[in-house]
Design a protein around this ligand. Structure first.
Ligand SMILES: [Zn+2]
Ligand SMILES: [Zn+2]
Length: 259
């Protein structure tokens, strides 16, 4: 198992990633990626505060598509390039976001639930022992899964619950079961692995093992050089392989109906 496909790639438009669009694609090609999906943090009408600060603006959307459409041609024969987004499921705002995207040739969405609301109230990557936070996270992810708009769940174990194991099990098991029911892969996130962010969590993927989920590898690249570390990529693949679960190599593009 190795990284030959990756659907989780950011651009500098989100404000916390580095490198030009071309450098990012070149780095992925140099790393041996043959199917590359761009999934920058989605422009999202109605968001504010921290949830607005980590994503491209609505005005940047057209330039994103134009730039990667040109790079798709420039790199033809070297890499198959897809253009999508990583997005949260924000109750009350999600449909508006889909309406906004309907005007663009967005090929897929991945579900990355970083915040608990459109104003960025709580960042789920913060450690917490509050069951209500984990329950809210899982409920939002499940609603996102049930929307059928997403191709897979990015860092499904982002919510950093440090409380009781039985509580963690109860909620995260429900997430794994929903993903299984809707046939959505769960991502093993290389960035989290590399930076030891608290995810990917072994306890979470033991639950996925119990449920029989399909996994997928995601680089979550925020800089070109994050493609250039074969040792850590191999390590992460080995880590993911320990669960003995099927790995999705590709995601179907034709199933995503965004309009
Ligand atoms: Zn990011
Ligand atoms: Zn991401």
């Amino acid at each position: 198992m190795q990284f030959t496909t990756n659907y989780h790639t950011h651009t500098a438009r989100c404000g916390h990633a580095r490198g030009s669009d071309r450098e990012m694609v070149q780095a992925a090609v140099d790393a041996g990626i043959r199917i590359l999906g761009m999934a920058d943090h989605c422009p999202y009408p109605g968001v504010s505060g921290p949830a607005a600060g980590v994503r491209m603006t609505l005005e940047q959307t057209q330039g994103y598509f134009d730039s990667f459409a040109a790079l798709r041609d420039a790199f033809a024969g070297q890499v198959e390039l897809h253009i999508g987004f990583e997005a949260e499921y924000f109750p009350g705002l999600f449909e508006g976001m889909l309406d906004f995207l309907a005007d663009y040739p967005c090929e897929y969405l991945i579900l990355g639930q970083h915040f608990d609301s459109g104003d960025g109230g709580w960042y789920y990557g913060r450690p917490t022992d509050d069951e209500a936070v984990l329950a809210r996270y899982v409920e939002q992810v499940i609603r996102g899964i049930e929307s059928r708009r997403f191709a897979y769940v990015a860092h499904p174990d982002l919510c950093r619950f440090v409380g009781d194991e039985a509580v963690e099990r109860k909620h995260y098991l429900a997430l794994c079961q929903a993903a299984r029911e809707y046939n959505l892969p769960l991502e093993v996130n290389l960035l989290g692995y590399r930076d030891r962010r608290g995810y990917p969590r072994e306890s979470f993927f033991r639950l996925a093992q119990e449920v029989g989920n399909t996994l997928i590898l995601g680089v979550d690249a925020h800089a070109p050089e994050q493609f250039a570390d074969p040792a850590v990529m191999d390590d992460c693949c080995r880590w993911a392989a320990q669960f003995g679960l099927p790995m999705a190599a590709t995601i179907p593009m034709e199933k995503r109906n965004l309009s």
